[in-house]
Write a protein that binds this ligand. Structure first.
Ligand SMILES: NC(=O)c1ccc[n+]([C@@H]2O[C@H](COP(=O)([O-])OP(=O)(O)OC[C@H]3O[C@@H](n4cnc5c(N)ncnc54)[C@H](OP(=O)(O)O)[C@@H]3O)[C@@H](O)[C@H]2O)c1
Length: 252
């Protein structure tokens, strides 16, 4: 059985991608920071896809060295990872000076450092096999600064840039690296930020279908839906002002 490792596989886009991949016959190694969430997600996976194997690994990827620990736990499982999905992430809404230093540190570790280290470690194995794929979940936020959501937007710009750079390097090694840039998606994301989920949010299942289709086609950048593709072309200064207004007033 081929296996996909999905970080943040207990909710939203991560669980939706896990389901699409399971439907295609992949075993899933599901990762999150909460054993309770993981047990629930595994139960639902076992019920829906009794023929595939779902493993769970609890690891808080916002903590130093967690990505290396996760890699070692996957090795202990003894499964070969054919697809790595770096999906876990969160945002912090509010003025930069009011967001806690340690909260920002955790965000930067989860959204930047952990996916970077996981790419590095799994690329080495994939290069040896000359086979494998990586899907990095960035965001439409990658394409502009985001006032009152500053570290989140900046973290996604980093992941977008890093992911596209390693895609170029990986070409000669038989490994595909794709970058997913979802727009507003209906998940727990906004509730965790303490703001309302925008009414226009796309269902996570739809984002996951775009994601896996794009991965299969080895697209460099996967942007779900035509509206997001149009939004990408809007000058970043205009989008910056719109985000500043919406986030400041929570006017979603
Ligand atoms: N929703 C949107 O509008 C949107 C748009 C563009 C991009 N994205 C990106 O999509 C990705 C998934 O977000 P989502 O919208 O699906 O949000 P979500 O429903 O809140 O899911 C986030 C996932 O990440 C996991 N996670 C959170 N903190 C973690 C930690 N410290 N260590 C390990 N896992 C952790 C959560 O699991 P536990 O709570 O069980 O740990 C959960 O499975 C994120 O990278 C986000 O930036 C979202």
């Amino acid at each position: 059985m081929k296996y996909a490792l999905v970080t943040g596989a207990t909710s939203g886009i991560g669980i939706a991608i896990s389901r699409v991949l399971a439907r295609k016959g992949y075993g899933i190694v599901m990762v999150s920071s909460s054993l309770k969430h993981l047990k629930g997600a595994k139960r639902s996976m076992d019920e829906r896809f009794p023929e595939i194997k779902a493993y769970i690994i609890e690891e808080d990827l916002s903590i130093k060295d967690s990505a290396i620990r996760l890699y070692n736990k996957v090795r202990e499982l003894g499964v070969t990872i054919d697809i790595l999905v770096n999906n876990a992430g969160f945002g912090l809404a509010g003025p930069a000076e009011r967001i806690g230093i340690h909260d920002d540190e955790k965000l930067l570790y989860l959204n930047i450092t952990a996916p970077t280290i996981l790419c590095k470690l799994f690329l080495r194995d994939m290069y040896k096999r000359r086979n494998g794929s990586i899907l990095n979940v960035a965001s439409m936020a990658s394409f502009q600064p985001g006032p009152y959501n500053s570290t989140y937007f900046a973290s996604k710009s980093y992941l977008y840039s890093y992911s596209r750079a390693i895609r170029h390097e990986a070409k000669g090694h038989g490994v595909n690296v794709c970058t997913l840039c979802p727009g507003t998606t209906r998940t727990r994301f906004f509730k965790k930020e303490g703001i309302k989920t925008p009414v226009w949010a796309m269902p996570a299942g739809k984002v996951a279908e775009y994601a896996v289709d794009g991965l299969e086609k080895n697209k460099a950048v996967i942007i779900p839906g035509n509206i997001n593709k149009i939004l990408k072309a809007v000058p970043s200064g205009i989008k910056l002002a719109a985000v500043a207004y919406m986030k400041k007033h929570n006017n979603l």
